[in-house]
Write a protein of this length. Structure first.
Length: 243
């Protein structure tokens, strides 16, 4: 991609705006999370210069290096860091101590560790429960039917703030399957919202399915390649092997 991050950002924002209106939705009800895994500091800085302050990282160490860098170089910043990768339970402390949001919660063990390790000096850690919407048992996330009992446990933890659900649907669904799964996710989100008032986030939609996600009621899009260009696959795997 030859365009600048600033140009890509305004293009995506415009796309979100028009798609929201087309679906009779308030454009301001949709937050944009810039996914920066394997992207260099310089591109993140370009996004910040264009008033993008919400970032998602998949790998703990890589994310923390960036969080620390911007803490030093953009003091008193409004930056918000979301952990969106698979989290091994031996790395929960790093997430609890450094991130603002954890989007892939799906075990009680990790919930309890995050809660115990969240420093009292920080605001509660915002969490999303990851839902495994595809039928296969291979993907991470809890079954839709387990959501309410799981949430009931999570909300007892005072250093954690349950904000909603997230999902990573199979990118190869046909239109009909996609619509079916996305509306199931929206229904789950609404059910959770009725029970727990602070719930305000359905994290659904990536570069390839922005329109379907907005149509289905997503309130947070996680956008990487449409914003920063294609990730360098070698770089991606170097990062992963070092985690
Ligand atoms: C990488 C990633 C994204 C962004 O994907 P793009 O297709 O680059 O927009 C979103 N969510 C998760 C969980 C990811 O790992």
């Amino acid at each position: 991609m030859t365009q600048s991050v600033g140009a890509n950002l305004s293009c995506i924002q415009h796309h979100i705006h028009t798609t929201a209106l087309h679906n009779q939705r308030d454009p301001n009800s949709i937050r944009l999370l810039a996914v920066t895994k394997s992207q260099p500091i310089a591109l993140i800085q370009q996004a910040i210069d264009n008033h993008q302050y919400r970032f998602g990282e998949n790998y703990v160490q890589e994310g923390i290096a960036k969080i620390q860098y911007f803490k030093q170089h953009v003091p008193n910043s409004r930056l918000e860091w979301h952990f969106i990768g698979a989290l091994q339970s031996n790395k929960t402390r790093l997430v609890a101590e450094n991130f603002d949001w954890m989007q892939t919660l799906h075990t009680l063990k990790v919930a309890h560790r995050l809660a115990a390790q969240r420093p009292a000096s920080l605001a509660p850690l915002n969490v999303l429960i990851q839902i495994n919407i595809s039928a296969e048992g291979t993907k991470s996330g809890i079954k839709p039917s387990d959501l309410l009992p799981f949430a009931r446990q999570v909300v007892t933890l005072s250093t954690i703030n349950l904000r909603g659900i997230m999902a990573i649907p199979d990118p190869n669904l046909d239109k009909e399957q996609q619509q079916h799964q996305y509306s199931e996710l929206f229904a789950l989100y609404q059910r959770l919202k009725v029970v727990y008032a602070p719930v305000d986030t359905l994290s659904l939609g990536m570069s390839h399915d922005i329109e379907a996600a907005i149509a289905a009621g997503s309130t947070m899009l996680r956008i990487g390649s449409a914003l920063f260009g294609n990730r360098n696959k070698t770089q991606d795997s170097i990062v992963r092997n070092n985690e």
